[in-house]
Design a protein around this ligand. Structure first.
Ligand code: TYD
Length: 249
């Protein structure tokens, strides 16, 4: 029931922008839709996010990191994603379990079978119907992120805040401003070296090869509008199963 779409990709690939654009398009077409993100998306999840991204937390063990991402995900699935899907709505999520396989599995070397078990506990086995992967190299992504950080930080913060993480439709309190971080900020996870980001990228590509029918790979270097059209084209066939609000929902 419902439709679950996730966005994945390396830092700076533009997935948050595309997720927001799709959210706006679907909303304008009267589809019941919410947009959320990982780590975060709930009050508890945003608190966990702060622990995860804090540059001071250099001593964090890899297992702790994996379990914190998973704890935030468990909360998000239970509190927001599954209930909204149960109403027949569309959930858009900026990152999900595939990020844990790519970053903690392929990136940090956490055993993939163990990760599978942890993710299954956290999500109850819920996986997306469609995952959009915005493809670019780690070098391109990091350069974009650093450019945003130096140049357009203020603008970007405002845009991300407006984009919001929008759980109000299921009665959650709105997020306070400090809990919404900017893509322009430099966090503990971004600060990892290029070799790590290459392992993550290779990991994503392996995940895509394992389950090609779930993934749609798009070239993140194309202009925003063009990527958006391709995202919409990928989503369109799946909308047939969702009832629009004006049709009496
Ligand atoms: P964020 O600032 O949201 O980056 P992005 O805009 O690229 O999503 O920070 C999220 C970071 O957390 C990002 O570096 C990817 C990482 N991450 C993991 O390592 N494992 C996970 O399971 C998830 C969901 C994210």
């Amino acid at each position: 029931m419902g439709l679950f779409i996730t966005f994945e990709g390396l830092e700076g690939c533009g997935k948050s922008t595309q997720a927001r654009l799709l959210y706006e398009r679907l909303q304008a077409r009267d589809y019941p839709v919410i947009l959320t993100r990982e780590p975060g998306g709930t009050r508890i999840g945003e608190l966990i996010r702060r622990i995860l991204v804090d540059l001071q937390h250099t001593e964090m063990a890899a297992t702790t990191e994996t379990l914190l991402f998973s704890a935030a995900r468990a909360q998000l699935v239970n509190e927001l994603i599954q209930p909204y899907l149960n109403t027949g709505g569309i959930v858009l999520c900026d990152r999900y379990a595939d990020s844990t396989y790519a970053y903690q599995g392929y990136g940090l070397g956490h055993d993939l079978d163990q990760l599978y078990a942890i993710i299954k506990v956290a999500t109850g086995g819920l996986m997306p119907d469609l995952t959009i992967y915005l493809d670019l190299t780690p070098e391109e992504g990091l350069e974009r992120k650093q450019r945003a950080r130096s140049g357009h930080a203020a603008n970007d913060i405002e845009q991300r805040r407006k984009a919001g993480i929008i759980p109000t439709s299921v009665g959650l309190p709105p997020f306070s401003a400090p809990s919404v971080s900017s893509g322009a900020e430099w966090n503990r996870l971004d600060a990892r070296d290029l070799v790590y980001h290459h392992r993550v990228a290779a990991g994503f590509h392996e995940l895509i090869q394992r389950e090609p029918e779930r993934w749609r790979v798009l070239d993140a270097r194309l202009p925003i509008d063009q990527v958006m059209q391709e995202v919409e084209a990928a989503v369109e066939p799946l909308l047939a199963g969702v009832t629009q609000l004006k049709d009496g929902r």
